[in-house]
Ligand binder design. Structure first.
Ligand code: SIN
Ligand code: CO
Length: 395
């Protein structure tokens, strides 16, 4: 993607300008971000989707008792003629190719930040109430109309005792009526309330941002894995290549220690030895990259891969036409020579072709894959085809 080229999706500004002026900073209303937008899934499709066990969903409605929420699977929904209810399906991009393609239009933002596409349908008056989200979101109007009221208010106190997050003192500052194809970007913590005007469908393209606690705990887990792998003591648990690290195999030695008359007291020497042992671990960028590469490419438990064709072997018969395309659920990222796929460190290095596959999510075969890729790379691609992580598409 040319990040210096104005995008209709961003209302005629460039991704560079959007990231500098709006991202994480202030809301942006984009009229006709996707002109003539038609959702790939109908309202009936969404109603089917929320019945499925593997689709995370919520039904939210308002009645004389106030706000109500029920989590899916949702076999029965209120009648379409009944106002004031909304049903939301999370991570629809895992289940629908066109929705996955839609969120890839936002890849001027790193895959590390892209979370999922949530689709909501609502009857007249329906919505999830005034609230704020901790993450950035693009709210794309897919069908019908929705009235958004937004506020950059500081007071984010929530109503206590409700089944969902509702702001206690929402004070609207701006109001917009969105039509199909219009889109509203909201930074984290912007207060908002979207109410359906007639029957409507909204697609929320959401972004994730880890807390420091998540990053630190992940790094500690990666260090744990590294220590065990370097001891060679893992019962085959950590078979993937590990980054070289210290072999913490020395046993605590307290030869010459004095006799104690306080046997229940923790030995000071043992405490010192523990601090010394952890200092041998390099909490460096290589370890951080290994943790992030595996964590960010980890596939959600509700992702499903169709088994691939076992008969294909690219290293024997590389195709000369068509293309290799990553499955919509596959996550492939890299740093330097390290390649990470679906929660694993790949067995092949991140060569320029593999990085191209990760960035473009496809690789053209026309130029002759065999001439460009090493045997080991063709082997890995063949394995991914068998896993269903990658697909061969003929021209
Ligand atoms: C919705 O689609 O109803 C909710 C989107 C949001 O407010 O985050
Ligand atoms: Co929201």
């Amino acid at each position: 993607m040319n990040i210096d080229q104005p995008l209709t999706l961003l209302g005629g500004i460039t991704p560079q300008d959007f990231m500098r002026d709006y991202w994480q900073r202030k809301p942006l209303l984009i009229r006709q971000a996707i002109p003539g937008f038609k959702p790939s899934l109908s309202i009936a499709n969404i109603k089917q989707l929320v019945k499925r066990e593997e689709v995370e969903s919520r039904l939210i409605w308002q009645d004389e008792n106030g706000w109500n929420m029920k989590t899916g699977p949702l076999d029965r929904l209120p009648a379409a003629s009944k106002p004031n209810w909304s049903v939301l399906a999370q991570s629809v991009d895992l289940h629908d190719d066109a929705t996955a393609a839609l969120i890839r239009q936002f890849r001027f933002i790193s895959d590390a930040r892209l979370d999922d596409a949530m689709i909501s349908i609502a009857t007249d008056g329906g919505g999830v109430g005034p609230h704020f989200d901790s993450y950035d979101v693009f709210l794309l109007q897919a069908h019908g109309q929705r009235r958004w009221r937004i506020s950059q208010q500081e007071d984010l106190t929530l109503e206590p005792g409700l089944p969902l997050k509702i702001l206690k003192n929402f004070k609207s500052e701006q109001e917009f009526l969105l039509e199909p194809g219009d889109m509203l970007y909201l930074p984290p913590h912007a207060a908002h309330d979207g109410v359906a005007v007639g029957t409507c469908m909204t697609i929320s393209i959401g972004f994730r941002a880890p807390t420091e606690a998540t990053l630190a705990c992940g790094m500690l887990e990666a260090a744990n894995d590294q220590i065990l792998a370097n001891l060679g003591d893992t019962g085959g648990l950590y078979a993937s290549p590990v980054i070289p690290g210290p072999r913490l195999s020395e046993t605590y030695n307290d030869a010459g220690i004095a006799a104690t008359n306080q046997p229940a007291a923790l030995p000071e020497n043992l405490i010192k030895a523990t601090v010394k042992a952890i200092k041998k671990v390099n909490f460096d960028k290589a370890l951080a990259a290994r943790f992030l590469g595996q964590w960010l490419t980890d596939i959600p438990c509700n992702a499903y891969f169709e088994p691939g064709d076992e008969n294909i072997d690219l290293s024997q018969t590389p195709p000369v036409s068509g293309k290799l395309v990553l499955d919509r659920c596959t996550k492939l990222m890299y740093r330097g020579k390290q390649l990470y796929i679906n929660g694993e460190v790949a067995s092949v290095p991140a060569s320029s072709r593999m990085r191209l596959l990760a960035d473009n999510r496809e690789l053209q075969c026309a130029e002759g894959l065999a001439a460009k890729l090493k045997k080991k790379e063709l082997r890995a691609l063949t394995d991914w085809l068998h896993e269903g992580w990658l697909h061969y598409v003929q021209d």
